[in-house]
Design a protein around this ligand. Structure first.
Ligand code: ATP
Length: 521
């Protein structure tokens, strides 16, 4: 048994001895002499003992002159790091509430309890301790007793460099990582800028993020899914890499595809995989570029900043601008809307360059470890400046449901890996376009009586209907095309006849003129 453990076992004897010695010191020696005796006593003890003791106080800045109020990050990380070990080994525990944690409480050692940790073959001892100091408030005659908690780490002096260089860093990093993984993640949305400007409201409101979608339940080709997961993981581990190459620690993804193909689901899966928060940015309520920047400054690291349907949030093409201008002119001339206009102009003044600065400029690097995700149903409408290489790091197409994606959905909703009807479904999926959302809807049993086969048959029915509809649509389009071409041909022919007729008339007139001229000549 280590010396330190013996010390921690004999805690009460140790305390009684210290209290006794302290009383003698207090009664018989003056303040200055007392401090000298303590200091020399400690040095003498350290010469005799082969152990080193490190104290980690709960509050930082707590000197005799100043009682600090900031809880030490290191203390909190140690508490979390030791929590698992404490709940297994310590006899006296206390349960503490941890803010924003998914765990109801965290267990930690009560005072004078100790645990032994082993790291890279080295044994170290941790004891939770409390010391009392007497402070005299200037306005009161009664001295006040302050409790100060701290963790004491004890180890053999031969491990000094290892502990200082590696072990303490390991404990703090690990403790912080446990806190992050236990933390309740948040889904933020921006408040309309007018409310926080006028009423000092917060820029972002939040709720606990509880979307259950993961990459396992996301229906898409496994190769593509793996590529995305690897990209995310490389990014989240890439702090040093980004620093080395001098690039801000951020990444941009553009998700595009028809409605119901899983763009929002993909964002939830990303956030769950990385354990990041989500900031869902509603761009149309942001007044201008300055406010966009203010919102960005308020976001934290380890977060995904999402702008959904980016093509609808900004005027990205001349065509849309023209359409909007026309609508605005009409509205201006409308006697009903005219009255409110001017006061409530809902147009977003966020410009494309403002948005590019938001994702690319100096401010985008604040806080580090940020992912930007834009989604659109119409990638072809986006301005090339927004989606050029380097700005968006990855372009992810979410598409109609293929057989592989269907199998994921069948597993999710019906808990089956195979079925004789799978072959029919496979063929039908090759022949028609159906979104994963539509497939999911058919596979979800509507009542207790619906078994897997009933659901698969419902899907086959839906696929056949979709196939027939697509066929009819294609035939209708072909018919319309032929009709249009016929019409165009007829119009061209009519035009030719008109031109020919006009030419004939011109020729006739010319002949008349020549004749007349000839007659007068
Ligand atoms: N690829 C998918 N994998 C699993 N579920 C999906 C997938 N695509 C859609 N779904 C299901 O369909 C529903 C709608 O999907 P989601 O909102 O993610 O689609 P979307 O592409 O974001 O649609 P929109 O463009 O309309 O916002 C969700 O409830 C989800 O469970």
């Amino acid at each position: 048994m280590m010396m330190a453990e013996i010390w921690s076992l004999g805690g009460s004897l140790q305390i009684a001895t210290i209290v006794f010695l302290w009383k003698i010191l207090e009664n018989y020696f003056s303040g200055h002499l007392r401090r000298s005796i303590i200091s020399y006593g400690t040095k003498l003890a350290s010469l005799v003992s082969p152990y080193i003791y490190i104290k980690f106080p709960e509050f930082v800045g707590d000197s005799e002159e100043y009682v600090g109020v900031k809880r030490s990050d290191a203390y909190a990380a140690i508490e979390t790091y030791l929590s698992g070990k404490s709940s297994r080994e310590a006899k006296y525990l206390k349960a503490i509430d941890v803010k924003d944690s998914s765990q109801p409480v965290q267990l930690s050692m009560d005072e004078n309890e100790g645990v032994t940790d082993e790291f890279e073959g080295i044994k170290l001892s941790w004891v939770a301790k409390k010391e009392y100091t007497i402070t005299q408030q200037s306005f009161s005659f009664n001295p006040q007793m302050d409790e100060k908690r701290y963790y004491e780490l004890t180890f053999h002096k031969s491990h000094r460099d290892f502990v200082n260089g590696t072990y303490i860093n390991h404990v703090i990093q690990k403790g912080k990582a446990i806190t992050v993984s236990n933390r309740q993640r948040k889904l933020y949305t921006n408040n309309p800028s007018q409310s926080w400007e006028r009423y000092r409201a917060r820029k972002w409101s939040h709720a606990t993020f509880e979307h259950p979608k993961t990459f396992d339940t996301l229906a898409m080709e496994s190769k593509k899914k793996l590529e995305i997961v690897n990209d995310l993981e490389n990014f989240s581990k890439g702090k040093d890499y980004h620093k080395k190459i001098g690039k801000a620690w951020k990444r941009g993804y553009l998700l595009y595809g028809p409605p119901g193909t899983g763009k929002s689901s993909m964002i939830a899966a990303m956030a769950n995989h990385l354990e990041y928060d989500i900031y869902d940015l509603e761009l149309t309520t942001v007044k201008n570029n300055t406010e966009l920047r203010k919102l960005l400054i308020e976001t934290t690291g380890k977060s995904i900043i999402v702008i959904e349907d980016i093509d609808c949030s900004l005027d990205l093409t001349g065509q849309r601008k023209k359409e909007k201008k026309k609508a605005k002119d009409e509205e201006a001339n409308n006697p009903i809307t005219k009255m409110t206009k001017g006061e409530e102009d809902s147009d977003s003044k966020v410009t494309l360059s403002g948005l590019l600065n938001f994702t690319d400029g100096l401010w985008s690097a604040i806080g580090g470890e940020k992912i930007f995700v834009f989604t659109t149903n119409y990638v072809e409408r986006l301005d090339p400046a927004l989606i050029r290489r380097g700005r968006m790091d990855m372009y992810i197409e979410l598409s109609y449901c293929g057989f592989e994606a269907f199998k994921v959905l069948a597993k999710n909703y019906l808990d089956i890996d195979s079925h004789p009807l799978f072959a029919t479904i496979g063929h039908l999926l090759e022949e028609t376009n159906i979104t994963p959302a539509e497939v999911a809807e058919k596979l979800m049993p509507k009542c207790m009586n619906e078994d897997a086969e009933t659901c698969l048959k419902k899907l086959i029915e839906a696929l056949e209907t979709a196939k027939d509809e697509a066929k009819m649509k294609a035939e209708e389009e072909a018919r319309l095309k032929v009709e249009t071409e016929e019409k165009e041909k007829q119009e061209d022919a009519l035009e030719d006849v008109k031109v020919d007729g006009s030419l004939a008339k011109v020729k006739e007139n010319c002949v008349g003129v020549v004749k007349d001229n000839g007659a007068t000549a």
